[in-house]
Design a protein around this ligand. Structure first.
Ligand SMILES: [Zn+2]
Length: 69
């Protein structure tokens, strides 16, 4: 997997997530860099959530208008 140090931005590949950055030695600063497909999948999930929020908003509008009548 692709990893990157959040402190010095050094990028490297490793099978395991190390506690220490191999470049600057920072502790617990190494994070997994998401691949392009992971980013796209996340964006699609965000879109789904947005649709759900819109739907709920519409339901609320209907509910409010019926309460007023
Ligand atoms: Zn580093």
């Amino acid at each position: 997997m692709e990893l990157q140090c959040q402190k010095c931005k050094y990028q490297f590949n490793s099978e395991r997530l190390p506690n220490l950055c191999p470049f600057c030695g920072a502790l617990n600063m190494v994070r997994n860099v998401p691949s392009a497909s992971e980013i796209l999948m996340e964006a699609a999930q965000q879109e789904e959530k947005q649709k759900e929020v819109e739907q709920r908003r519409e339901e609320w509008k209907k509910r409010i208008s019926t309460n007023q009548d």
